[in-house]
Structures are given as C-alpha cells and as structure tokens.
Design a protein around this ligand. Sequence first.
Ligand code: FAD
Length: 390
Amino acid sequence: MDYDIVICGGGLVGRSLACALAKLPLQIAVVEALPPKITHQADFDTRSFALSYGNALFLKQIGVWEYLADSAIPIKTIHVSDRGHSGMTRLKASEQRVPALGYIALAPDLNQALQQTLLQYSNVTLLCPAAVTAIDCTPNEALLTLQQSQQIRTRLAVAADGTHSTLRQLLEIPVKQYNYDQTAIIANVGLTRSHHHVAYERFTQDGPIALLPLSEQRCGLVWTIKSEQVARVMSLTEEQFLTELQQAFGYRLGRFAKVGKRFSYPLQLLQAHQLIKPRVTLIGNAAHTLHPIAGQGFNLGLRDVAALTSLIEQALAKQEDLGSELVLSHYKRQQTQDHRHYIRFTDGLVKTFANSALPLGIIRNTGLQALNLLPKLRKTFAHKAMGLKG
Ligand SMILES: Cc1cc2nc3c(=O)[nH]c(=O)nc-3n(C[C@H](O)[C@H](O)[C@H](O)COP(=O)(O)OP(=O)(O)OC[C@H]3O[C@@H](n4cnc5c(N)ncnc54)[C@H](O)[C@@H]3O)c2cc1C
C-alpha cells in the first residue's frame, strides 16, 4: 500500500483533515490539482470566513489555531435585522459566557495557518499539481490514477475535491442540486468608525447582506444579489457601489468609506445522495455545498473532519481497518444527520427571508422580535451559531 489515506483535494477542508490526521501513525497523501503558485496568489481567494466558536476550539485541538489566533478577529455580537421591518435581534458573547461567538479569518491567513501546521509533519505528502482522473475500488483498497498516469494505492480515499468533485462523478454518486439564482459579491469595505466586533446580517428582498468585522476599521462584505444584477453591480464605480450598498444596508455601521476589489460567486445548494462507497468517503463541499447565508459551509466541512478523524482514531486503537465498511458506515450515519440539519437551516433561511409575501414577512419579523425578547430561545440560536450542541 502506498498510503493509508489519500485526500483528494487540498482546499480548506482537505488540508484541515490532513492536519487533524497528521499526529496519528499514518502515511497520508494530499492530491491537489492546482499548482501552489496559484493558491498562494494574494487575490486567489479574498473571502473572510466566519468560524464558529466550536470550530475554533477544534482548530486549537489540531494545532492550527496557534498560527491563526493573532489574525482572527473575535465576534462579540451578532446583529440580525430585516430591511423594512422593525424586528431585529442581537446575540452577545457576554450573555452566552464565551470570549467570542465566533471568529473571522481571512482566506490567506487560514491557508497560511494550515500550511504552517502541515510543515511540522513528515508523514503527510503533498502531490501537487496532480489531479485525480480515475478511481478503481476493490474490497481491500482504492487505486487512484493521477494526471500523467501515476497510480497510487490506499486503504481509504477521501473526496475533498469541492462542489464539482471528480471523485463523486467518477463513482456516479447522484446529487440533489438547486440553483438559487443568486450571486454573492465579495469585497472588503473600509469604515469611518469602529465596527466594535459586531457581525451584521441584514435581510433584504434581493438577498442577505453580511458585514463581518476585520482588522483596521474594515469589514468583509458578502452581498447576495439576484444573478441578473451581477454584471451591472460589478461594473459600478466605487462611489456608485458604495451608494447602493449604503442604501441597501443603512447606517448601522456609519458611512462606508471605500471598497476593495470585488469578486462574485454564483450560489447553489448541492447535496450528495451517498456519503460513502467501498474505500471512499465524501467530505466538505464534495458532500454538501451550502448558501453562505449563515457562514456554515466550511464549518460543516470541519465537522466532517472532526467526525472522520475521531472514527479513524478509534479504528486504529482497536487495530481495525480504517477504510472498512464498519468505519465508513459510522461516518455516514453521524454526518447524514448533521448535513440534513444544516441544509434545512440555511436553505430555510434563504427561502424565508427572500420571500416578500406578507404572512412570511410577519412571521419572520415576529420571530426576530421573539428571539430578542426570549433569552432561552436566544441561547438555543446562539449555540447553533457557535456550532455547539444544546
Ligand atoms: C461567498 C462565500 C462565502 C462563504 N463564507 C463562509 C463562511 O463565512 N464560513 C463558512 O464556514 N463557509 C463559508 N463559505 C463556504 C466555504 O467557502 C466552503 O464550504 C469551503 O471553502 C469548501 O472547502 P472544500 O475544501 O470542501 O472545497 P474547495 O475549497 O472547493 O476545495 C476543493 C479542492 O479540490 C481541488 N480539486 C478539484 N478537483 C480535483 C481533482 N480531480 N484532483 C485533485 N484536486 C482536485 C481544487 O483545486 C480545490 O483546491 C462561503 C462560500 C462562499 C461562496
């Protein structure tokens, strides 16, 4: 056997899994299609990620957090409002007795932290650039073919190769797919006053606007708009863009001073119908791609990583085969529930808040008011946002 585990896809989730497994007595390979010079370019991914409090604790446990702690910005308050209605709610870290409800990390900082963690381990091999082009599974192993016809054998192949997963397609795993007909515009926005560590989520008829606290009086913008508007919004001058954003968001964060380079991401929901095949398992976006409305995609991917790592650790302790059907079926049972739960939550939010029909408007307005008035309900909601149980 060439490797105990081969992780196909060295994105955020694939490399997080490599970091989590690296301390175990395993030989691991990460196969990544893109060359490092592309993934290290400053504008390769300029997104800012909301990390749940629970996942920050997990990243600490696997040694990644120590490289991220200095640059991650704590979220002290989450402010949720609905444009055109009075309903709004505030979740506070102090009320939940935690140092932060979550953290905002920039994609380059996150990539760097994963990279630095992996450098410590000699049992993780990065095969890059190398795309997986074929897979052949027998009851005892998976045989992966890479570009240039190189072949590698493993006891477990993990598909972490994103929304358009090659492995998932090669294995003919069907998916449920829904196109939201919405696109997220991403940019960093300069403020004229402090954000006081508040993360804002404002629902508008065209889609939600998130403004996430960053360093130096800046916020990370995730502005969801109808896809037919993208070309127009992307071609606005900086001044026009800021005026439209200000109109849509209001003045809760004062006046917007400037905006950085804009990027657009078309949004869809995707869920694989099967999470496992003999000797193969799906994690991260390959298994589930969510609307970014609640910042849960990478967070759910990290929950897959935590679940799979724990099952592999248990299999090693019992000297069981880590790619066996028994191990994989446990993963499937655990994560199918988790995926369903988060898909229902994010998809429900998108559809409820995108609908301008009066009854739904009243229900969500009442919901936000109830959330604001009832501490117990707020605690349940805060625990979901923090990625904690209970
Ligand atoms: C606008 C926006 C904002 C978001 N904000 C948040 C947030 O605040 N919080 C949050 O939790 N989530 C957020 N998400 C979701 C998050 O970005 C994704 O869930 C996460 O990046 C998925 O990571 P991944 O590693 O599974 O997939 P990817 O990042 O797509 O990585 C897959 C990797 O596999 C490689 N690959 C593909 N095919 C092959 C092949 N055949 N062989 C080898 N390698 C291959 C690719 O090159 C890539 O590097 C957001 C998403 C969007 C669009």
